[in-house]
Design a protein around this ligand. Structure first.
Ligand SMILES: [Mg+2]
Length: 197
């Protein structure tokens, strides 16, 4: 079975962080132009924000993205699935343990068909050896044989040319991801069967 590494934030779920920040600033924010770290939108208010929200649970209300549960459950029959997620806040490292706990509880609650032993909490994902890697951050998938970029607010502007040059496939949602990986599974099975004939 091929091993698949799947990221959590902005791949499995969009977290409550968007709402928490909008609530703090009191207005709607166009996150597509903020960059990867949502908190960068806060500028010099960042310290005040983290003082108030250091115990925040980003996964209290959040749910899986549409079709994620059904597609992942199907993929889980044909692939060895690992969920790999970073948990250390760069601004409040001392509270990373709370974030890890919140992430674990979310995964345990939402993905009842995946063995919790397949949850990996790691900041450096290049340490994980998987055939297929799915993430919304390019740096996290470059060492995989099959590199899949999941569309998120901060990566929409990456050009098709850059993705092609880096041999990265973009998927926009869980149905696209499911079709791609189930097709790859069927093609691989065909190749293996043809070799046997
Ligand atoms: Mg992510």
């Amino acid at each position: 079975m091929k091993k698949v590494m799947i990221d959590m934030d902005n791949v499995l779920t969009d977290t409550d962080f968007f709402e928490i920040i909008e609530e703090y600033v009191g207005e709607k924010i166009d996150f597509d132009n903020v960059g990867f770290y949502l908190q960068d939108v806060l500028g010099d208010k960042k310290e005040d924000f983290f003082n108030k929200f250091k115990y925040m649970n980003l996964y209290k209300k959040s749910t899986l993205l549409p079709d994620c549960y059904e597609v992942l459950k199907k993929l889980n029959e044909h692939y060895e699935i690992y969920i790999c997620t970073d948990y250390v806040w760069k601004e409040i490292k001392e509270f990373a343990g709370d974030n890890l706990k919140n992430k674990y509880e979310f995964l345990y609650r939402e993905l009842d068909f995946i063995n919790p032993k397949n949850f990996i909490f790691a900041c450096n994902k290049s340490l994980i050896n998987c055939d297929i890697k799915i993430d919304d951050k390019i740096e996290n998938i470059l060492d995989a044989k099959t590199k899949i970029l999941f569309t998120a607010y901060h990566n929409k502007k990456i050009s098709d040319k850059e993705l092609k040059d880096k041999e990265i496939i973009r998927v926009n949602n869980w149905n696209e991801l499911g079709n791609l990986l189930l097709e790859e599974y069927v093609n691989n099975r065909k190749k293996i069967l043809l070799k046997k004939i």
